[in-house]
Design a protein around this ligand. Sequence first.
Ligand code: 5GP
Length: 351
Amino acid sequence: DRLKESKVYMRALFDYIPLEDKATPCQEAGLPFKRGDILQVVSQDDGTWWQAKRIGDSNLRAGLVPSKQFQERRLAYRLKMGTLQNPKSPQKPVYDQGCEKAGLRRSFRLSRKDRQGSSGEANALDPGEPDFLTYEEVTRYQQRPNERPRLVVLIGSLGARINELKQKVIAENPHRYAVAVPHTTRPKKSHEKEGVEYHFVTKQAFDADAQNNKFIEYGEYKENQYGTSIEAIRSVQAKNKMCLVDVQPEALHTLRTAEFKPYVIFVKPRIPESRRRRSAATSPAGGEHGRITEEDMQEMRQSAQQIEQQYGHLVDRVLIKEDSASACSELRSILERLEREAFWVPISWVR
Ligand code: 5GP
């Protein structure tokens, strides 16, 4: 039995540098890792220090890592001492607004409180989520042909234009990928069909759905309401197509369920040197169309940083977007791999 391989795998939700860890019994025996790394926990015999290997590491020797309990205790202490930001009260990041999506009001979250049917403001984070970012137990998961395709969730920082990216990839392959058909209260145009462009509903019906948390997000545009429902995602999956949604990162708390098994792609723009503008003075208006100022660059960097900080642990893949064409082809290849290969998912999704 002792020779059996440990089947316990953890996704690290924090960076660990043993040489900076004063508590470790032996810095040289420590195993350094980064957030997102998968660790095979070889021994949990010691309550404070686990022995673990890093998946994909050629080094076969296990090293010491702080146990989940110990790391939680340390973070709780730091929180108490005021050297750690409260994970339950994050600031709202600035993110990509898709293309020109109607101003989003709020994203739907099925918090424990909502499920119990009580009213009141929802917490900033799902109460089901851990208080501290330590480890998440994971397992390999491969979608079988008879299983519903995983949900693909695109989040983006300022300038990522994730809606455009989503639309392009779907247009190339409409029998495999689809959007969730949104609801709207605006009148149907003559060329439009119910259930194709939109589900056309009355304002009363829309408000009732919003009240009943049927939407993952909704917003208003030119006095009409627009929103995407959970049911719309389900109906795409029922046709055995992969559903792509572009949402505000807050919606991850709703969508991260065993039912949807979302694969989360964070699209981060990178502005090539040729599109950067040195300063306003050297570039008269109209002379450098489409160029980006240092100020814009700063805002984009900040937006990406905020999302990384607050949502990085929920991201499966970062897609660096330089131009639309290469980002599309990268997204396409990610989606193809998603159908063919096994990926790490929280163990709670398959139990
Ligand atoms: P239109 O009425 O011209 O079809 O769309 C008007 C606006 O509504 C567009 O800017 C479009 O991006 C936005 N919109 C379409 N679907 C949704 C949705 O599901 N949620 C939100 N928030 N906006 C949407």
